[in-house]
Design a protein around this ligand. Structure first.
Ligand code: SF4
Length: 229
């Protein structure tokens, strides 16, 4: 597929997803008030489900309601609260150290530039893009597992491509950056409900029905060739 075709396709995918998920928001229920909470929850979500993080967040924020409280904690105090999210020692340490850095370097506020966000312990481009998009209204692409899997299946790059940074650059070249954050939230919902990692619902997929999935087109063609051969 040429880049111009990919641009046209991603615009149609985006429009179809908007119809399917008009109100899609971040799957992490951070409350919308204190960006530090989204930072914390995004860090906890590494190799963990959003549902588990949402459950963990209640008791965690009851005990450590803001960056100041977290910065004053010992890592060992935080660990039991995040244990169920996996990799808990590392995650607890990152939460405490990043909160201390917020107080020391950024006046207690979550910074609004990629470079400053990446300077925080435990923050990579995925988390930084999520914050830039959802909190600061900047465009960006959050290359999480759903985005990587589905956009490959749709044909925007080879399915074997898994490099998040490379994929972020590719998608930014195809979609209006301002649309990026909402597009990524919708992709997450679509990935849970339809285009799952295992057993995707291809037979009833609304994107396939609109001729928007490269993988489905390939499979259908191969099936036809087998039938005719
Ligand atoms: S047809 Fe299947 S692989 Fe393609 S987008 Fe739909 S569910 Fe995913």
């Amino acid at each position: 597929m040429k880049d111009s075709e990919k641009r046209a396709r991603i615009a149609r995918v985006n429009a179809a997803l908007k119809e399917l998920y008009p109100d899609a928001e971040c799957a992490l229920t951070w409350g919308g008030d204190d960006p530090w909470r989204l930072l914390v929850m995004a860090r906890l979500s590494a190799q963990c489900t959003d549902a588990r993080v949402n459950l963990t967040a209640g008791p965690l924020f009851d005990r450590f309601p803001d960056a100041t409280a977290m910065a004053a904690a010992e890592v060992s105090e935080v660990e039991p609260y995040v244990k169920s999210c996996g990799l808990y020692r590392r995650k607890a340490e990152d939460l405490v150290l990043s909160s201390r850095m917020l107080l020391d370097r950024f006046g207690g506020r979550v910074p609004d530039t990629m470079d400053d966000l990446l300077s925080l312990p435990g923050v990579g481009r995925k988390i930084a893009n999520l914050l830039l998009g959802d909190v600061f209204g900047q465009g960006g692409i959050v290359t999480d597992t759903h985005c990587i899997r589905i956009c490959g299946r749709l044909g925007f790059y080879p399915e074997k491509e898994k490099n998040p940074y490379k994929i972020e650059r590719i998608l930014l070249g195809l979609i209006d950056p301002a649309e990026g954050p909402a597009f990524c939230h919708r992709i997450v919902w679509f990935g849970r409900e339809v285009c799952r990692a295992q057993n995707p619902a291809c037979a009833t997929c609304p994107l396939a029905a609109r001729g928007l999935c490269e993988r489905r087109a390939r499979e259908t063609k191969a099936k036809g060739a087998r039938k005719n051969g």
